[in-house]
Design a protein around this ligand. Sequence first.
Ligand code: HAM
Length: 427
Amino acid sequence: MGYSSLKTGVDVYQAPRGAVDILPGEQPYWRYVEQQAVDICQLYGYGRIDTPVFESTGLFARSIGEETDIVSKEMYSFEDKSGNRLTLRPEGTAPVCRAYIEHGMHNQAQPVKLYYLTPIFRYERPQAGRYRQHYQFGYEAIGDNDPVLDAEVIEMAWRFYEKLGLKNLKLLLNSTGCKKCRPGYLKSLKNYYKEHADDLCKDCRVRLEKNPLRLLDCKRTQCQPLAAAAPGSANNLCPDCEEHFKSLKSYLDLLGLPFSVEHRLVRGLDYYTRTVFEIQPQTGGAQSTIGGGGRYDDLIEELGGKPTPAIGFATGIERIILSLQKQKVAIPPTPMPQAYIASLGEKAGDKAVRLASKLRQDGISALLASGARSLKAQLRQADKLGIRYAVIIGDEELAQGKVMLRDMTTAKQETVAEAELPAKLLY
Ligand code: HAM
């Protein structure tokens, strides 16, 4: 978290490992992605929800699953001064479900559609695109089990990436069944793996007992051929899940979304039922997944609510930005202040303070030169910042009750009355 400076002996702090500062230079990407997220939510009828950064630890343990990596080793959990067990949000779905139940949202028109843009905390091994604090844009549609909603949730994710300008993405789809058909499937999966137990890696031998679905997800090369040949959940569905999956696929065809069914797609959270999906760059493995989601028809009931089907999706903003940068997608720059207010002399300085304030009150962004600097140094700063106009106030302008307006791109100057300034600056 820091180091001791050799020069001064003072401890110098650094951001905690896996957590990063988002500096002004990166902010245009963040504003761009957030704006597109807000826009797409408006198009599809989602309302924003913000939940607390921390929740009861039990909420996550019960919803995500005790055996998952997230709950077993990645949560930032702590006890507060009253002895409450709390956890920094390691994902966004469970808090939204908790809020849905707590605020009686089942009384509203269903499905209730909610979205969030929020920091997420997971104690993972940091690497490119993997952080201990990252941000997610996610949305949940709660209260309907119609497969048309699954298709819409998936389409919304796809259109969001499309609108951002990302290319070469692939959409992976699977159905993991329900309470009725999953036990039978898990049994056949276990039987299959038991026959090959000697060929499994050490971790997978533990998974075989604790969470056999995770065997399909193992990244080790020795386990890949086994996973590829393992029975798939989508081929072991009960008639209702089968019908749901078939119908979802036909809606996706109708919408022209290019999906491929991937029976190894299981996701890292235990609450999923039926539909699961992920969106990945064409080149790159699961580690580069930029977004994923699925149905969780039993979760609200498991958290104490009425039986309520639901589906949702979340995407990591840092991974989106990495992809935008990799694909060199041009994004709108953050606008610079419209005017730089330079002055020479004390009296002119006072006028500059008043003028900057007046322009801002008129809705014109202005940067006031500060520090005793020569006019040349002030103009150099305006130039460096890329500000188009400098407004210069010196003794002469002061005497005339006017200001000098300099176009920094052409170096052309003109004397203008203060009242004319707003019209000139609103280019
Ligand atoms: P998840 O797949 O765990 O799903 O996370 C969603 C996305 O967050 C990932 O696809 C990835 O882009 C990003 N992400 C996850 N971990 C990290 C990390 N350590 N560093 C950077 N980015 C990361 C969920 O969290 C579910 N709640 C999604 C969902 C919503 N399912 C239904 N509704």
